[in-house]
Design a binder for this molecule. Structure first.
Ligand code: PLP
Length: 413
């Protein structure tokens, strides 16, 4: 039987880009909001006023961290909702001015799918190509701006390969265009979900008009996020109702979630420098071990040397001649969680749109694994993985029914 059952099965979580567990300190501050502080922030009596006071505090605290104003912060039901609010909010409000959007081929589906939807509503979209390591060139962004461009959406850091985009430089190019053309367009949105825990989030330095964050990637609760919206950028809501969140996100506020998100963001930003250094060291050790013990591998995304251009916790590696899914499932048998670049179901073997956009040949995109490290990980976790990974790869290379690189794949499509 392969894989053999390990004698002592550990649980090693290496998928922090998918979601994180909730930090105990976050859980603790959320708890009262399921009990004592249950009032509706819109109610006028004291219990409501108390809740409203807490809500205002959250607006203030988050605004301070990202260098914005309290009423620039719209709390939402997560990263996808914030992306949708930014994209539909801007395009539905400003369609009279223009119907051109610029984005990239490597965005999260929470950005790509709403934009694809808009293409059906006669919007025209330019999809920028990254270079082979995943970078979007600011000059290329500038070159694609047209008189009818109303929105540019480019992620801060990529969820699959960890590449950090030069958002500040792109923002500066867009500002320059607006000045030269005496225009308020195009607006600039960035999806910062993967950056929230690790990168600087100063919206002034980044020169962004809209910025998405969520809690579930930064040790906060799931189903809560925010959209930063610069004053003067008018958008329409997705959800109409009681007019909460400055009329832009109706519905009784998820105050426990918002308090949890705020605490998670505070903790992440407080500790990020030390934690980033720890993660970089751990990740580089991991990669070093992989390259020493396994042959025919390739690192995907930006090189590991430069901390400003790759998320400190991201490792995306192709193992030639192996199916990513097979590796993932074998690792799972040892209690190891990671993810793969191809979203494989029984009926399709589509490789990741991100890896494909890097120009990786089909067979490279298929044998990739993403490991994303976080708070709980130690060197012992990496050593545990390395005890099994080389054997798994070797075994799968022997038994793999699908020889990568020949066209047998086609029959699965
Ligand atoms: C996770 C993620 C999202 C979606 O966030 P949800 O809170 O799950 O809706 C959007 N963009 C990026 C880059 C993400 O990593």
């Amino acid at each position: 039987m392969f894989p053999p059952k390990p004698k002592t099965k550990k649980f090693v979580y290496l998928d922090h880009a998918a979601t994180t567990y909730v930090d105990e300190r976050v859980e603790k501050v959320m708890k009262p909001y399921y009990g004592k502080i249950f009032g509706n922030p819109s109610s006028l009596y004291e219990a409501g006023r108390v809740a409203n006071g807490e809500l205002n505090d959250c607006h203030r605290k988050v605004a301070e961290i990202i260098h914005a104003l309290p009423d620039n912060i719209i709390f939402t039901g997560g990263g996808s909702e914030s992306d949708n609010l930014a994209i539909f909010g801007v395009t539905r409000k400003h369609a009279n001015f223009g119907k051109h959007i610029i984005t990239t081929k490597i965005e999260h589906h929470a950005v790509l799918n709403p934009i694809e939807h808009l293409e059906k509503e006669s919007f025209v979209v330019t999809y920028l190509e990254p270079d082979s390591r995943g970078f979007i060139s600011p000059k290329k962004v500038r070159a694609e701006i047209r008189p009818d461009t109303i929105l540019i959406s480019i992620m801060y850091a990529n969820n699959e390969i960890g590449t950090v985009e030069p958002i500040a430089d792109i923002g500066r190019e867009i500002l320059k265009y607006r000045k030269e053309n005496n225009s308020i367009y195009p607006f600039f949105h960035t999806d910062a979900c993967q950056a929230g825990g690790v990168l600087e989030l100063d919206v002034e330095k980044l020169h962004v008009d809209l910025l998405t964050l969520n809690a579930s990637k930064i040790y906060g609760p799931k189903g809560v996020g925010m959209l930063y919206k610069r004053r003067g950028v008018n958008i329409v809501p997705l959800i109409y109702g009681g007019g909460q969140e400055m009329n832009l996100r109706s519905g009784t506020e998820n105050l426990a979630g918002i308090v949890g998100f705020t605490k998670a963001l505070e903790l992440a930003q407080e500790n990020r420098q030390d934690e980033n250094m720890r993660l970089v060291e751990l990740r580089d050790y991991f990669y070093d071990q992989i390259s020493k013990k396994i042959d025919k591998i390739k690192l995907n995304g930006a090189s590991l040397g430069n901390e400003n251009s790759r998320l400190p916790n991201n490792l995306n590696v192709t193992f030639m001649d192996v199916e990513g899914e097979a590796m993932l499932l074998y690792l799972d048998a040892y209690g190891i969680c990671c993810s793969t670049g191809s979203a494989c179901t029984s009926t399709s073997l589509e490789p990741s749109h991100v890896l494909t956009a890097l120009g990786l040949p089909y067979e490279y995109a298929h044998g990739s694994l993403r490991f994303t490290l976080g708070h709980c990980n130690t060197k012992a976790d990496i050593d545990y993985v390395m005890k099994y990974l080389p054997g798994i790869v070797e075994k799968l290379r022997e038994i793999s029914p699908v020889q990568m690189g020949n066209k047998k794949h086609a029959k699965y499509k």
